[in-house]
Design a protein around this ligand. Structure first.
Ligand SMILES: [Zn+2]
Length: 228
């Protein structure tokens, strides 16, 4: 039971929403607004025991009822959000645009379904704590195989992009999984800036990278086939 009912002042800002969630969930809340991410809402527990909530910017301006629904779902750790779904339906156009212009999310390839691979790895290696979206990137014909980036994690959009050149029958599943795992690890660990330099592949990263079951095999395959 909550002693204080959460209410949102009008007009409200991001900090009001964060406080609203704190009262409604009775937890310490860290709130981040995302743009162009594939997910509208995601949450996880931080190591310090706070609740880290990510919301799509489209929710800024929503009715209090929407936040009440979200808080309730987050409190009970379930994700059925009819009001949010309705809001998304009405804003579909705006959602397909991002800060940069257009980030469409497509996970279903001709051979591989990224969301299934992502979900599988998230459960197996990350306790379902990775909240980034994932999508097949667009084809880029200008680059040749040797210069290709197989995957990348876009921190601003909180989105993993996988090169569609991996969506082929000739690519073993474990090779694709290894690339997805690598990018999920970036999303999971975040990108640290040390002395003004972005440090992506820290020692910890390199250690954790090797926990992927087929790490060595996948690296060897990439090497043998000219991907590195
Ligand atoms: Zn990397």
């Amino acid at each position: 039971m909550k002693a204080v009912a959460a209410t949102l002042p009008l007009p409200y800002g991001p900090e009001d929403i964060r406080l609203y969630f704190e009262i409604a969930t009775d937890r310490n809340v860290l709130l981040t607004f995302m743009e162009g991410s594939s997910s509208i809402v995601s949450w996880r527990e931080t190591q310090e025991g706070s609740l880290s909530i990510r919301l799509h910017r489209i929710l800024l301006g929503a009715d209090e009822a929407v936040f009440s629904e979200l808080a309730e779902g987050i409190r009970k750790d379930r994700s059925r959000f009819p009001l949010v779904r309705e809001l998304i339906r009405r804003n579909r156009e705006a959602l397909l645009r991002t800060g940069q212009g257009k980030a469409r999310v497509s996970t279903k390839g001709r051979v591989y379904e990224l969301d299934r691979i992502y979900g599988d790895i998230n459960g197996r290696y990350f306790g379902n704590r990775v909240t980034a979206g994932i999508t097949w990137g667009r084809n880029s014909r200008r680059r040749n195989v040797r210069q290709r980036t197989l995957g990348c994690y876009d921190e601003r959009a909180h989105l993993i992009r996988i090169n569609p050149c991996l969506d082929r029958k000739s690519i073993p599943l474990y090779v694709l999984e290894n690339v997805v795992y690598h990018e999920m690890l970036h999303a999971y660990l975040g990108i640290r800036t040390v002395g003004g330099r972005r440090r992506m592949h820290t020692d910890r990263f390199r250690r954790m990278e090797r926990s992927f079951l087929h790490y060595e095999k996948a690296r060897k395959w990439e090497k043998d086939h000219g991907y590195r």
